[in-house]
Design a protein. Sequence first.
Length: 517
Amino acid sequence: MRFKADEIASVIQQEIERFESRIDVREVGQVIEVGDGIARVYGLSGVMAGEMVEFPNGVFGLAFNLEENSVGVIILGEYLDIHEGDEVRSTGRLLSVPVGEALLGRVIDPLGNPLDGGGPIVTAERRPVEIIAPGVAERQPVKEPLQTGIKAIDSMTPIGRGQRELIIGDRKTGKTSICIDTIINQKNFDVKCFYVAIGQKESSVAGIIDVLRREGAMHYTTVVVAGASDPAPLQYIAPYAGCAMAEYFMFKGQHALIVYDDLSKQAVAYRQLSLLMRRPPGREAYPGDIFYCHSRLLERAAKLSDSLGGGSLTALPIVETLEGEVSAYIPTNVISITDGQIYLQPDLFFAGQRPAMNVGISVSRVGGAAQVPAMKKVAGGLRLDLAAFRELEAFAQLGTEVDAVTQARLDRGYRMTELLKQGLYQPMHVTDQVLSIYAGTHGALDKIPVSEVRAWEEGFLKFIHEERRSLWQKITDTRQLDDQTAAAIDEAIQEFQRRYAASKSVDAGKTPATVTL
């Protein structure tokens, strides 16, 4: 076999022309100490704060402490396979997570890896986990309501799109339930929902996911899970990662809702990391920048200006208190950052008041601006009336006799309290809420026994839907409550009262069946 020299020469010429010199220039360091989710690395003198670094087994870390002779790295994943002497490479990029429509309906970890067995998440877009929050000029006032479907909240502490409303209370008082109800109620409002579980039991998170699937809310919801068994670094970055995923929709001009459940556990994870990194401890051993840790997260919730698309991100952070201590360090920090709080009181919860909202401490700093006009009109004085009722109730419990006017206020207060009770995962349409509260505040329930209030409400709403559908539709379309509409509601209440009284008299007239022995 003979070789042709000219062919060989042409092939070599082509390879020379195609050849590109690719030199992989990276800074490389060495692990000098590892344990408890952190590593100390020597040799990465040019690494930036917040930059991602890569360990040999494919696990990534985040440059957390830049010290004189070493770098403190928090390990985002399994740290037991990392050993002293391992090589560490800088990547030159900040921590980012996948974003987009592909994440909806999925259960993922804070790095965007699927946990639901539904296959890989296919999306070409990523967003950095940490960004600077929109400035004052890039925002507009919060004035568009975000309906929770919960009567007590939509009437007395309304939440607007772009608001940050804190849910605070002791454990097992219904904080998560309020947020899940709110997510379920977004079914008809085209709001993308994100639920970030931080330090929760995985069985609890599985139960929440099951509820969302059963109620048909999972297809527009993303669940980000950093469970109790996950390392502290993942629990620390989970809310920032969830926020980055939700911001994608906000900057596209859409509306998103994010629940942080809960920031108390994120603060504990951050305290653990900071103490391991030997950062100076402050009050309750939390690091000095724990306030900044939460403020830079919650400030990213906003209602963007029209020039930026008018999108919104509404945040519902949850904070757990111990023995109702709202003046503890983390609760006071988050209260001062947010635009109001809903305080859930254990005494009310155990007394059967669900949601167990204390109307005296709970407040929305956006107020009536985030309410539909009809709700604003019927619920204007409701919060003050209920707060006054609580005081009167405490006075009446002393056994002192009260005058007729005070007794009438007490009776109405008991009925309004009963009317504001609501079952789990049963959000109500805002028009139904307006009709119920109108009936209660205008005395329609004053002669109804307290035990029958909820049955009366259910029957009245059924009557409106079946026989006064045009009235219901008018309130829904106009969102107003003018004199003509109010008169129509009064007429409907009177008609229903007659039927209700007639049905009760028929029931009372029935004689029990006799049994022949």
